[in-house]
Write a protein that binds this ligand. Structure first.
Ligand code: GAP
Length: 445
């Protein structure tokens, strides 16, 4: 993980947030390549979940919803972690994760393990960030930043079913920021307090719930394979009954073997009719499906839910490689070309050669209308290649002497390092074809 953190910093993917003020723990800002990579992850998810289907529509609900939403959902009452305080070192710990924490005085021990530790009884701590709506700060104006995007979908079911003229099975997808006052954030972007969730609530007839639950586990596993995560680093783990959330009739985690060990990448849950029944009760508005023949029922909900942060960390970890080439070490991110921030670099071999520069600039200006590409004429060509390898750029087009003579350019492949010559005028088609082809991962299993 340290290598990933340092590469992200060095190459401008991710910066610690508020750094000039000393930083704000476990909060990050995204630089240029981080933004591009996140956009790509979001777009690939949206394509698979909405664009390539005819049974799912999109929504973008508010972040601050009516406070009753969170009473109905169970978050006000139950979205809590048990905490203990140590009266000696004055630190606060999650009561159910003491074995993962370090004693404030003796870091080699866990809290409670030394004779000096003096822990309080556990108390429940709500993970929602509170705020106030309007100028008066009293209980009537209390509101919350959403801890999940899902509830904004449930409360809009009636609107969507009416407008979209659809019947179950039908899904509503949402991407947006969620906020949780995590007690033990950490491991880089893996557990942060502000993250971008991608959730899809799939509403189905109750007798089809189990089938769709299995279907969505398979679909989502297929998406991770499609974008290059190694099979050996992915697994599905079904929750035991005790582990499940209050709303769940079945939950499976798609886990990735992160540097911190196997951990939840994405959750797929069968939420039953819990949410729709609760919102019907609390709001007085019936959230149900009424068919043309008058048949009515409360649909069950299948939910695949993930954050862009967890996908980004998994993809970076999976892609990171170091190898020796011509007696020099090269660091390369073997990202799937459709996830890579930059698709191609356009490089004049000699930066001082005005004709090479003019040809390279012209190619860059043509390609940038179609893809995120980068022009670079700074420094030795080897250093420019290495920089592109580190940000995962799959192709480099080099303009050299021969280009001036016969209008051909070199294409360098990031993974194989193979170079081939193509005609300058074919560069746009070459790139479009290469990006559209299924990508064979060059990583070891
Ligand atoms: N609507 C259901 C729900 O929110 P969850 O398991 O609490 O379920 C879903 O969260 C997904 O959101 C997780 O699988 C993970 O990908 C992501 N996630 C949750 N908490 C996170 C955090 N603090 N930082 C980054 N991602 C987080």
């Amino acid at each position: 993980m340290d290598q990933i953190v340092s590469l992200c910093r060095r190459r401008g993917f991710v910066f610690p947030s508020s750094e000039i003020y000393g930083g704000l723990g476990s909060t990050y800002d995204y630089g240029h390549y981080g933004v591009l990579a996140k956009n790509n992850i979001r777009n690939r998810w949206f394509e698979a979940m909405v664009q390539e289907r005819d049974d799912i529509v999109a929504i973008d609900s508010a972040i601050i919803l009516h406070p009753r939403v969170w009473e109905a959902s169970g978050h006000v009452e139950g979205f809590t972690d048990p905490l203990v305080d140590c009266r000696t070192c004055k630190l606060r710990f999650r009561a159910d994760k003491l074995e993962d924490a370090q004693c404030g005085r003796k870091p080699s021990k866990h809290p409670g393990e030394t004779p000096d530790c003096d822990l309080t009884e556990p108390r429940q701590f709500n993970l929602m960030f509170e705020t106030h709506v309007g100028p008066v700060q009293d209980t009537a104006s209390r509101a919350f930043l959403r801890p999940e995007t899902a509830q904004g979908i449930f409360i809009n079911l009636k609107n969507v079913l009416q407008i979209a003229r659809r019947k179950p099975a039908v899904g509503i997808a949402q991407v947006g920021k969620s906020f949780r006052n995590e007690i033990t954030p950490g491991n880089f972007l893996f557990r942060v307090r502000e993250f971008e969730q991608m959730e899809m609530e799939f509403f189905v007839p109750p007798d089809e719930a189990e089938r769709w639950y299995r279907y969505w586990i398979d679909e989502r596993m297929g998406w991770y394979r499609r974008y290059g995560l190694r099979e050996s680093k992915l697994r599905v783990r079904e929750h035991s009954e005790e582990e499940r959330s209050h709303y769940s009739r079945g939950t499976s985690d798609i886990e990735y073997d992160y540097p911190i060990g196997w951990s939840e990448l994405e959750g797929v849950a069968n939420r039953g009719d819990f949410d729709l029944t609760q919102h019907t009760q609390f709001s007085g508005t019936k959230l149900e499906y009424v068919g043309e023949g008058g048949e009515r029922y409360v649909p069950c909900v299948i939910e695949p839910a993930v954050s862009i942060e967890r996908i980004l960390v998994a993809m970076l970890v999976d892609a990171y490689d170091e190898e020796i080439v011509a007696e020099r070490q090269r660091t390369v991110l073997r990202l799937h070309p459709q996830i890579a921030p930059v698709k191609a670099a356009i490089l004049p071999l000699v930066a001082k050669d005005s004709e090479m520069v003019a040809r390279a600039r012209a190619l860059y200006e043509e390609l940038r209308l179609l893809h995120m590409v980068e022009y670079d004429d700074g420094g030795a060509i080897g250093r420019r290649y290495r920089r592109q390898d580190e940000i995962g750029t799959p192709f480099a087009f080099t303009i050299d002497d021969q280009t001036l003579a016969d209008d051909t350019i070199t294409v360098r492949d990031r993974d194989s390092l193979a170079q081939e010559r193509i005609s300058l005028s074919a560069a746009a088609d070459y790139l479009a074809d290469a990006l559209a082809r299924p990508w064979q991962t060059p990583k070891p299993a």
